[in-house]
Ligand binder design. Structure first.
Ligand code: HGY
Ligand code: MN
Ligand code: MN
Length: 416
């Protein structure tokens, strides 16, 4: 008897619908940025759903929230699934939320089946996966796995000057009934379910993406320093205009990032000029560069350019530049065993699918040093994501959850 028989599409869809109400936007999307009151409310809702089913809850010092269904041998490391509850400012109802709700649905299906597992099975909601308010992304999983120190993460500030530490205190208070969990606690395996956030599955009419790797991604912060001056009286020859230097830097780097294969992903998502007065020459610009590529050598080539070109352009414009590499994550291959298991379970369920790399970053990319790791993709409508129009079909979401729970049950050593 497959545990996937106990997955309830309506229960999963209902929870996603309830969750999407927290931070709902007028355009039908979700704005539930990390460590906001909305994020706290979503975490509380997950905790209440978990407790009402008899599961237990834990949280670590960066706020990663764990839901646990005990195993018959509870000292064994858990088999873990999960994703994130925070969203982009103009986010959708499924990015992250699907993986957490699919994990909760998997625990419910196990409970409904009456089948025990040797290992405990856990769902985690990682803190600040998006890195939209507090860059870099995957901060919670990064601290959990030792990529970042807790102290550094707590010191990161949002554009308004609020630190992660200040925002985290209020949010963790809402789940203070969760038991403590240490960083890096071992896992027997980790599988994350997520919408693909791209066009491949939906174009092929397939249901399951068996993810083989996550492409490399580096995040940079570039600051350009100039000099404030009067917009009306200051000749060009006397100006140190930080914006003009910054836009020249971006234009030159964007040209260098152009490749025949259209594989390099170069994004300037945040660009803030100060003092921001229309009639004062700007003295300070801070902007981000999100760089991705399927090959490590290519992203390093482009990263080296990003680290030296801003200084050269700035000097030509009587400005100076500072480049900080906020995060770098090389290509992350997933475990052959987990990839093989996901592929075999999708075939057992006669679901069309393919093996494929992930263009988007996910918390799963930080887990391989800790546990055999994999991901399950399901299609999203027209491949749209990081957009309020993001959408997915209930049966695709349920099918991905069916594959997930059959994998978790096997990895956790089902008894019966
Ligand atoms: O940026 C990413 O790829 C992820 O969606 N946070
Ligand atoms: Mn995501
Ligand atoms: Mn995202």
């Amino acid at each position: 008897m497959r545990i996937s028989n106990f997955v309830k599409q309506d229960r999963l869809w209902g929870r996603l619908t309830d969750l999407a109400k927290i931070g709902a936007t007028a355009k039908g999307g979700v704005n539930r940025q990390a460590l906001t009151a909305e994020d706290g409310a979503a975490r509380r809702l997950l905790a209440d759903w978990a407790l009402s089913r008899g599961f237990s809850i834990f949280q670590d010092d960066i706020g990663n929230l764990f839901v646990r269904r005990n195993g018959s041998e509870d000292s064994l490391p858990p088999v873990t699934t999960g994703s994130h509850l925070d969203t982009q400012p103009t986010g959708g109802r499924f990015d992250g939320a699907y993986g957490v709700m699919a994990g909760l649905e998997a625990l419910e299906a196990l409970e409904d089946s009456g089948i025990r597992t040797r290992h405990p099975v856990e769902v985690v909601a990682w803190t600040n996966e998006e890195g939209a308010r507090f860059p870099p992304s995957c901060m919670g999983s990064g601290v959990y796995t030792g990529r970042y120190t807790l102290d550094w993460a707590l010191s990161v500030q949002d554009p308004a000057g609020t630190s992660v530490g200040e925002a985290l205190t209020a949010v963790m208070e809402q789940t203070k009934d969760a038991a403590p969990r240490g960083f890096g606690a071992p896992m027997a395996a980790y599988i994350e379910a997520h919408i693909e956030q791209g066009p491949i599955l939906v174009s092929a009419g397939e249901t399951i993406g068996v993810v083989t790797s996550v492409q490399s991604q580096n995040l940079f912060e570039v600051e350009v320093f100039g000099e404030e001056a009067h917009a009306g009286t200051t000749p060009r020859a006397n100006r140190s205009d930080a914006v003009l230097a910054a836009v020249e830097i971006v234009a030159e780097l964007e040209r260098a990032a152009q490749d025949e294969a259209d594989a390099m992903r170069f994004t300037v998502g945040r660009f803030i000029a100060k003092p921001g007065a229309p009639n004062t020459v700007p003295s300070h610009v801070v902007f981000t560069i999100d760089l991705r590529h399927p090959e490590n050598s290519e992203i390093e080539r482009m990263s080296n350019l990003i680290e030296c070109l801003p200084g050269e352009v700035s000097a030509r414009r009587r400005c100076r530049a500072k480049v900080t590499r906020l995060s770098d994550s090389p290509v992350t291959p997933f475990s052959d065993d987990i990839v093989g298991l996901i592929d075999s379970k999708r075939r057992d369920l006669e679901l069309p699918g393919r093996r494929m790399p992930s263009g988007a970053g996910h918390d799963a990319m930080y887990i391989p040093p800790l546990a055999p790791t994999g991901m399950i993709f399901v299609p999203c409508v027209d491949g749209i994501s990081h957009n309020e129009a993001e959408d997915a079909l209930p049966h695709d979401l349920a099918d991905g959850t069916r594959v997930l729970v059959d994998c978790l049950a096997e990895l956790a050593g089902r008894e019966g």
